[in-house]
Ligand binder design. Structure first.
Ligand code: NAD
Ligand code: UDP
Length: 321
C-alpha cells in the first residue's frame, strides 16, 4: 500500500517539526515546507535521510506547487511569538491571508483535507474566562498584536468559506500556549525567555505586575490533539491546550526553583494589548476527540529545561533582538 501523503507548512519551526516526527512515526510520506524566516533546519535534519521525507524551501505566500497527490495539508507556517510578529508584521499578515488562500487552493486542487493552525489569540484580551469556542473574542484590529490576531481570524473565515462554498474538508485548531524542546531560545516567548535568563545568570524579566495568567501545554499533548482533530469529522474550531492556569509572576518563581538560579525577578513594562488572562475550556476536545493533556507542567518543564541546558554556550549567548 502506498503511504498517505501529508504536506506540513512551517515544518522547520517548533510545532511543525514535532508534527513531521509524528507523521513519520505514523508511517506517512511527509512533504515539509518552510521559508526559514523563524524556523531552523536543525529541527528536521534528523529526517533528511528518510525516503518518506522531503523538504521544500518555499515561501507559502507565493504560489504553492507540490507534485503528486496529497491526502492532508497542515498549515502551520506563521511567525508565532509576539516579538517575531512585531518584527515582521507584513509577512505575518500575508502568511495568514495569502498563504492560507494558496494552501486552500492547493487542497481543493488535490482533494486533500486541510487543517489550519489558529490560536487562542483569536480571543484577544478575553472578557470570558475560561475561553470556549463560542466566544467571539476581544481583539484590537489596529493594536500591535492585531497583525497576528486578525490574520488568524481571517484564516478561520476563509477556511470556513472554502468548506461551505467548495465543500472542502477543513479542520481548525485553536492552539493555546504550547512549549517544549526546539523552541527558539531567543524568540521572546516567556518559557525560553525565563530559562535563557536563568542559564545566563540574568534576572528574570516579568512584564507588568505579573498577575496576567497563561496555561501552558506540553508539546506532545498538543501534537496528539492536532492529530486526532485532523482525523476526526469535526469542522468547527477546537481549543487544544492545557487548562492548568498560572500567573506569570508565580511561573517565574517556579522557574527559579526548577533551575536553582540565584537570580531574582525584575519587573518591566507590560507590552500593549498583552492579554490579562488565558485558559482554554477543553470540553469540546474532550467530547469530540476523547483528548485531554497527559503531561503536567512539572514533567514538561523538566524536559524543556534539559533541552535548553544542552545548548552550546554560543547558542545560549547569541542575541537576536
Ligand atoms: P515557529 O516560529 O517555531 O514556526 C513557524 C514556522 O513557519 C517557522 O519555521 C517559519 O520559518 C515558518 N514560516 C513563517 N512564514 C512562512 C512563510 N511565508 N512560508 C513558509 N514558511 C513560513 O512557531 P510555532 O510555535 O511552531 O507555531 C507554528 C504555528 O502554530 C503558527 O501558525 C502559530 O501561529 C501556531 N500557534 C502556535 C502556538 C504555540 O504556543 N507554539 C500557539 C498558537 C498558535
Ligand atoms: N512575559 C514576561 N516576560 C518575558 C516574556 C513574556 O513577563 O520575558 C509575559 C508576557 O507579557 C505575557 C506572558 O509572559 O503576559 C506570555 O508571553 P508569551 O510571549 O510567551 O506568549 P503570549 O503573550 O502570546 O501568550
Amino acid at each position: 500500500m502506498p503511504k498517505q501523503r501529508v504536506l506540513i507548512t512551517g515544518a522547520a519551526g517548533f510545532l511543525g517539526s514535532h508534527l513531521c516526527d509524528k507523521f513519520i512515526q505514523e508511517d506517512f510520506h511527509v512533504i515539509a515546507m518552510d521559508n526559514l524566516i523563524t524556523g531552523d533546519l536543525k529541527n528536521i535534519e534528523h529526517l533528511f535521510h528518510l525516503e518518506q521525507f522531503e523538504f521544500y524551501h518555499h515561501d507559502v505566500t507565493k504560489f504553492v506547487h507540490v507534485p503528486g497527490n496529497l491526502d492532508y495539508i497542515l498549515h502551520f507556517a506563521s511567525p508565532a511569538s509576539p516579538i517575531d510578529y512585531l518584527k515582521i508584521p507584513i509577512q505575518t499578515l500575508k502568511v495568514g491571508s495569502l498563504g492560507t488562500h494558496n494552501l486552500l487552493g492547493l487542497a481543493k486542487e488535490k482533494k486533500a483535507r486541510i487543517l489550519i493552525a489558529s490560536t487562542s489569540e483569536v480571543y484577544g484580551d478575553p472578557l470570558v474566562h475560561p475561553q470556549n469556542e463560542s466566544y467571539y473574542g476581544n481583539v484590537s484590529t489596529i493594536g500591535p498584536r492585531g497583525v497576528y490576531d486578525e490574520a488568524k481570524r481571517f484564516q478561520e473565515s476563509i477556511t470556513m468559506a472554502y468548506h461551505r462554498f467548495h465543500g472542502l474538508e477543513t479542520r481548525i485548531v485553536r492552539i493555546f500556549n504550547t512549549y517544549g524542546p526546539r523552541m527558539r531560545l531567543n524568540d521572546g516567548r516567556v518559557i525560553p525567555a525565563f530559562i535563557g535568563q536563568a542559564l545566563r545568570g540574568e534576572d528574570l524579566t516579568v512584564f507588568g505586575d505579573g498577575s496576567q495568567t497563561r496555561s501552558f501545554c506540553y508539546v506532545s499533548d498538543q501534537i496528539e490533539g492536532i492529530y486526532r482533530l485532523l482525523l476526526s469529522d469535526y469542522v468547527y474550531p477546537v481549543n487544544i491546550g492545557n487548562p492548568h492556569e498560572i500567573s506569570i509572576k508565580d511561573f517565574a518563581e517556579e522557574i527559579i526553583k526548577l533551575t536553582g538560579t540565584k537570580q531574582k525577578v525584575i519587573y518591566k513594562e507590560l507590552p500593549q494589548d498583552d492579554p490579562m488572562q488565558r485558559q482554554p475550556d477543553i470540553s469540546c476536545a474532550k467530547k469530540i476527540l476523547g483528548w485531554e493533556p497527559q503531561v503536567n507542567r512539572a514533567e514538561g518543564m523538566k524536559i524543556t529545561y534539559d533541552f535548553f541546558k544542552g545548548l552550546s554556550q554560543d547558542e545560549l549567548t547569541k542575541k537576536e533582538h
